[in-house]
Design a protein around this ligand. Sequence first.
Ligand code: MN
Length: 232
Amino acid sequence: MSEYLFDPAPQPTIEVQGTEALYPIHRIFCVGRNYEAHAREMGTEVDREAPFYFTKSAHAALPGGATLSYPPGTADLHHEMELAVALGETVFRANRVQSVQAVFGYGCALDMTRRDLQAKAKEKRRPWDLGKDFEGAVVLAPLTRAGEWDPVVSQAIRLKVNGEMRQDATLDQMIHNVAAIISDLSQYYHLRAGDVILTGTPAGVGAVKAGDQLVGQIDGLEPVRLTLGAAV
Ligand code: MN
């Protein structure tokens, strides 16, 4: 067996309700503009033909309940509350039925965003990485297994900051549903167990500051919590 030159970074994981075993994260895909009212508040339009994606490093993930130091290089850190879908099987060029069968579980997630850097990237037609993929940019609450919970009805998706409601919508407002997203993404990647997909945020995104307490909820799932710390 080969030796490593230095210690590899620890395997990023998500807790799972009802078991001590951890879900090892492989990749994190995020859907953009999947709720019409959010697309409108960003001054853009949804694409009903197909979803579009950006990615975040699995190593950017934080567990729910963590404290995130206010990240460097931004003066406009935003919250985006989202439903996360965690795959438990290989999916490639799958139809919608096969796609849903590959889901391991669901969870509440925060797609934290350096909005000022994202806006600059959009303006210059550059990639979104600096705005979207930074340390601690994804917060993942414990997963609930598929079968125990399924996104088939109009569960509420909400985010409160310091107890005040900022985002309040229902999952059936998604333009592309979970099955459609997985099926579409599987046309481009050999998806596998460990791949996590954030399904987009409803309207009401906004800035957070040091000291803020965020609580994101989806009916029937474990809430995601985040405390904002001072910049370091
Ligand atoms: Mn998002």
